[in-house]
Design a protein around this ligand. Structure first.
Ligand code: ABN
Ligand code: CU
Length: 744
């Protein structure tokens, strides 16, 4: 057993040591590595490294299932390559895992692939990663960053100068983002500093005015940056069009050289962190004598007296006509696979895999070092490793099934995240309704029930909630909710603020965006699909008054299939209400004569990247520059095209070779092909005082809607609403309100 390595927010997590290997390696070929498997894999890697290399100490960073080839998985599960055809014969599936580790002495990074042979794992390959390639930042490294700054004499002195005691000093250990002043092969982090006035106090209320950079292999502070501040009214305004005339305490946003004393050069004064507390925990809130919790909220319970209507078999969930595999993934958080729909006894494949493959949070303040804040919360930190342990009755209401997750600790033991995925059903309002207004107003009202697969992740200050939802009308929805605490920086008194909002005295919340890349590996009625881009346009060449369009009202749809890789990066066209569908050209609807498909809807999540097209962020997070990318899937020995901003994200300085912009080059066929679709969802946060101290949830929705897929509304067989537990709100309402009467 090793010492627990947890972020404070994720409480105590169990760690597991190797036990005797138990039985068959998987139920479903995409089952994630179990804690025991993680330990067994670490042992074999450690042994191999000791015998075959001169590496002295291994720091495990990631350890996870290397998925088997798609066709082998489908054959194993009996899912056909085309709806209605016989599945392919099953072949042997070798269970493989992939491990990244860092040499704890030199900082060099390695990748190794191991496979299960009989009862034993064996090392297939061990490769040193090219100089400067950095695997994900581990939870332990994040915690280490705080320890390092807390012990650093210079940091302690700088903190003391603004009244902060060593024990009050805290740091969020961010990836460095981009800073070419440091060599790429040094594994570095930037420490965003906060003071804390009590054990559970909200530290983000006390941002500090300097940013140490640490070397996480040498475990020391290697530099300290002092972001400049703005002062009001000078003749030399650096920024135009910002609404205020402002100038920096230094006159450029170019990073100062490392040799320069950034603080002295800028001739600034120190700014102490604001002292006022802004808490969110009930006991701390209650310390304020003017604070009072609302007392007019009556209980609201979700009851399922006969239990849930889904079945669980390991990682497989079956709910009504849906079946899918649900897995924890250290990097993507949750990955759903082999999603099928049972359409009257015919198994219809829909998506092979669905997951959050990357995201970036670019901040908009230009003065150094703030532009380094563009967090890749998937590729740099691992969304899964940041996942919460969920609590019954708090994170999810009703009857809940939980799944655990596991990832590797530095020492190769497994960190188990208990109850990290919650699965439950929800009432989702009306599914459909109609009233025949003639004959006594007879109505049929059918309520929508959805299956929700949820995870909540804490990325230092921010929380992301990921809800994958399945509906009775064939819809699949990915809903991302954002909450938590804004990333803030200290502001001087009356400092003009063009790139953020002063949300509380001396607290500046920078403008920023959250841009997500959802990876869809479709298999709509089979593995070979085409993406069709559809514009809605007025009838061409038919002016109002013409014979073809006398009233001028005519509009048509114009669908264009995306056929080759070089056409794979798409753009919105709001004037044409452009949308995209993933279709199967082999399946034609009996009435509409259109191809069976799923249409992608992402209204309200279409903010474009605001950073300039040649900016650092646009290059590193190139997925964010287009809303839709269609690429051919190329399965390779290390898992194929999984990561839109590259496999190794920390400290990239440009667009990585193995990333989206390169996949949309050339002549790869995309029509009726095994394709991938990367969907970009974005929102822009111009922080509001109402987002402070904790931001109320904001929703972002992506919907996949069956289109020409079912013969007619597939939810006509859902029984009408008849909730006998519903009752009048007030006794004098009771005359005309009787539960279950009037729905149908
Ligand atoms: N959002 C940046 C981040 C994530 C996790 C931990 C630290 C910082
Ligand atoms: Cu935000």
């Amino acid at each position: 057993m090793s010492t627990p390595s947890t972020l404070p927010s994720t409480a105590t997590r169990a760690q597991t040591s190797a036990g005797p290997f138990k039985g068959p390696p998987f139920k479903h070929p995409l089952d994630p590595l179990t804690p025991e498997e993680i330990v067994a894999v670490s042992l074999i890697v450690r042994r191999y490294v000791a015998e075959k290399t001169d590496i002295k100490a291994v720091r495990f960073i990631t350890s996870y299932l290397l998925p088997p080839p798609k066709k082998a998985v489908l054959a194993f599960l009996g899912i056909p390559l085309l709806t209605g055809e016989k599945p392919e014969p099953a072949t042997e599936i070798i269970r493989k895992a992939e491990v990244d580790f860092v040499d704890a002495v030199t900082g060099s990074a390695y990748n190794t692939i191991v496979s299960l042979s009989g009862q034993d794992w064996v090392v297939d390959t061990l490769e040193k990663l090219p100089n400067g390639v950095q695997p994900q930042i581990s939870v332990e490294e994040l915690l280490l960053c705080e320890e390092v700054i807390q012990k650093d004499e210079r940091v302690i002195k700088l903190a003391a100068e603004v009244g902060v005691k060593p024990e009050q000093l805290h740091a969020d250990g961010w990836a460095i983002g981009y800073d070419t002043r440091f060599p790429g092969n040094v594994r570095i982090q930037q420490a965003l500093l906060f003071a804390r006035r009590g054990r559970h106090e909200n530290l983000y209320a006390h941002p500090m005015d300097f940013v140490p950079v640490i070397d996480s292999v040498a475990k020391k502070v290697i530099h300290i940056d002092f972001p400049p501040h703005y002062k009001a009214k000078t003749s030399e305004a650096l920024f135009e069009g910002t609404g205020v005339e402002i100038a920096l305490t230094q006159t450029t946003t170019v990073p100062p050289s490392l040799e320069e004393d950034a603080f002295a050069a800028a001739n600034r004064k120190r700014i102490p962190p604001p002292l006022k507390s802004y808490d969110f925990l009930p006991d701390l809130l209650a310390q304020n004598k003017d604070f009072k919790f609302r007392d007019d909220i009556k209980p609201l319970h979700i009851l399922q007296p006969e239990g849930v209507s889904f079945k669980v078999d390991g990682h497989e969930i079956e709910w009504q006509k849906w079946k899918m595999h649900v897995a924890f993934h250290h990097r993507e958080g949750v990955a759903l696979s082999t999603i099928t729909y049972n359409d009257d006894g015919v198994i219809r494949p829909i998506f092979y895999r669905l997951s959050l493959s990357e995201m970036v949070v670019p901040y908009g303040a230009p003065e150094h070092p703030h532009p380094r804040k563009h967090a890749f919360d998937v590729g740099e930190y691992g969304m899964g490793t940041m996942a919460n342990e969920l609590t019954l009755g708090c994170d999810c209401l009703g009857k809940i099934h939980y799944m655990d997750g596991a990832y590797t600790a530095h020492n190769g033991t497994a960190v188990v995240v208990k109850n990290t995925i919650c699965i439950h059903e929800e009432d989702a309002g009306l599914l459909w309704k109609h009233t025949d207004y003639r004959v006594g107003g007879r109505a049929q009202a059918v309520r929508s029930r959805r299956l929700v697969i949820q995870q909540v992740c804490t990325l230092a200050n921010y929380e992301y909630l990921f809800n994958y939802m399945f509906y009775q009308d064939g819809n699949i929805e990915v809903e991302i909710r954002l909450t938590g605490i804004l990333q803030v920086y200290v502001a001087d008194n009356d400092e003009p603020n063009a790139f953020g909002t002063t949300i509380a005295p001396n607290i500046n919340a920078h403008y920023h965006q959250h841009i997500f890349s959802v990876r869809v590996d479709p298999m709509v009625d089979g593995l070979n699909n085409t993406v069709v881009e559809t514009d809605i346009v007025p009838l061409p060449n038919a002016p109002t008054g013409s014979a073809a369009n006398y009233y001028g009202n005519a509009f048509i749809t114009r669908g264009t299939p995306i056929k080759v890789a070089s056409e794979g990066a798409r753009e919105y066209d709001h004037a044409k209400d452009r949308r995209w569908s993933i279709v199967n050209p082999k399946k034609v609807h009996p009435h509409s004569k259109r191809n069976a498909g799923y249409t992608i809807m992402s209204k309200g999540a279409q903010a474009p990247l605001m950073a300039l097209p040649d900016s650092v962020v646009a290059k590193r997070a190139s997925f964010a520059t287009k809303p839709v990318w269609v690429v051919k899937d190329v399965e390779g020995p290390n898992g194929g095209r999984m990561w839109p901003s590259g496999k190794y994200v920390p400290q990239t300085r440009d667009t990585p070779e193995d990333s989206l912009p390169n996949w949309v080059k050339g002549n790869d066929n995309l029509a009726e092909e095994d394709i991938l679709v990367y969907l970009t969802l974005g929102i822009t946060h111009i922080p509001r005082p109402e987002d402070w101290p904790v931001m109320p949830v904001e929703h972002l929705r992506l919907l996949f809607r069956p289109t020409h897929f079912f013969e007619f509304n597939p939810s006509m067989d859902v029984p009408g609403a008849n909730d006998t537990k519903s009752s009048p709100a007030f006794t004098n309402d009771s005359d005309n309100a009787v539960a279950g009467v009037g729905c149908h």
